[in-house]
Ligand binder design. Structure first.
Ligand SMILES: NC(=O)c1ccc[n+]([C@@H]2O[C@H](COP(=O)([O-])OP(=O)(O)OC[C@H]3O[C@@H](n4cnc5c(N)ncnc54)[C@H](OP(=O)(O)O)[C@@H]3O)[C@@H](O)[C@H]2O)c1
Length: 250
């Protein structure tokens, strides 16, 4: 479940509806929540805290450190602030949100390893990293692995298929597909026969297609229960490889 913009400029009732949507997702077994210190200036992490407070051990929380906070001590400080907002003692996956060419990745990764060592973080990931930048981050780690790269991937944006996806597949790194519903621009190019055969909505087919490779997981954002239920059911069936091919061509 993605949470960009969630918790930002909303009434108490709208905020509660967003919490309820995440709760419904958790109930349905969607246990991965993606957030970031940058989202809604920390309000997204606070909202996630409300959604998981009595079910923390059932969910996997991924958060991100912003590119301006990648010096060693800034990473530690940012992580502590995220932990406080999330109301948890550990973040499952801590990701570098964007690379910052002005700050050596070695310095950032030393801080990430420190956080793993003290138990504040379980796994280290990156986001918006090219293949070369991912490799550089991996080389900078001494005891841990880069487990994921979060990049844009959807029906409407398939740039990662050129190099990042094949690299992740070969190196066994998870590709976390952000904006998998093209930020709400649901396509109308899904063949009717596929929609009818699987009784899926076009949004469900988009999510099903994007996660057809076992190394890819998708983090659609849904601010209401009906979208959440639709998204959770998107993996109720696997399409045939011929159908995935047909969708890719479409
Ligand atoms: N690492 C990065 O740099 C980065 C960048 C962008 C995003 N992200 C992450 O990726 C997450 C998802 O990306 P996103 O928020 O950009 O866009 P998205 O998930 O591709 O699309 C969200 C939009 O789709 C709508 N929607 C959700 N489920 C739907 C359904 N079943 N049928 C029809 N419409 C549906 C949502 O409406 P409602 O809100 O009304 O439900 C919202 O308008 C973010 O929330 C964030 O966690 C990361």
């Amino acid at each position: 479940m993605g949470t960009w913009k969630i918790g930002s400029y909303v009434s108490a009732a709208e905020r509660q509806a967003q919490v309820d949507a995440l709760r419904r997702g958790i109930e349905l077994g969607v246990n991965f929540i993606d957030t970031a210190e940058m989202y809604a200036n920390g309000k997204s992490e606070e909202l996630v805290a409300d959604a998981v407070k009595d079910v923390r051990s059932d969910v996997f929380i991924a958060s991100k450190v912003s590119p301006e906070n990648l010096h060693h001590d800034d990473v530690l400080k940012a992580c502590r602030a995220s932990l406080a907002r999330l109301g948890t003692s550990f973040i499952d996956l801590y990701q570098v949100h964007w690379p910052n060419p002005k700050i050596p990745v070695r310095e950032t990764m030393a801080a990430m390893e420190h956080l793993v060592e003290e138990g504040a973080v379980r796994f280290i990931g990156v986001s918006n990293f090219s293949v070369a930048q991912t490799q550089e981050a991996r080389d900078a780690l001494s005891k841990n692995e880069i487990v994921s790269n979060q990049v844009e991937y959807s029906f409407n944006n398939r740039l990662v298929e050129a190099d990042i996806l094949p690299y992740c597949t070969k190196e066994e790194i998870s590709l976390i597909a952000y904006s998998p519903l093209a930020r709400g621009k649901i396509v109308d190019s899904v063949p009717k026969a596929i929609l009818q055969k699987y009784k899926m909505s076009p949004a469900q087919v988009m999510l099903n297609w994007v996660t057809r490779d076992q190394h890819v997981l998708a983090i659609p954002k849904a601010a209401n229960i009906s979208h959440m239920e639709d998204n959770a059911a998107s993996v109720s069936a696997r399409l045939t490889s011929a159908e995935y091919g047909q969708l890719s061509r479409a």
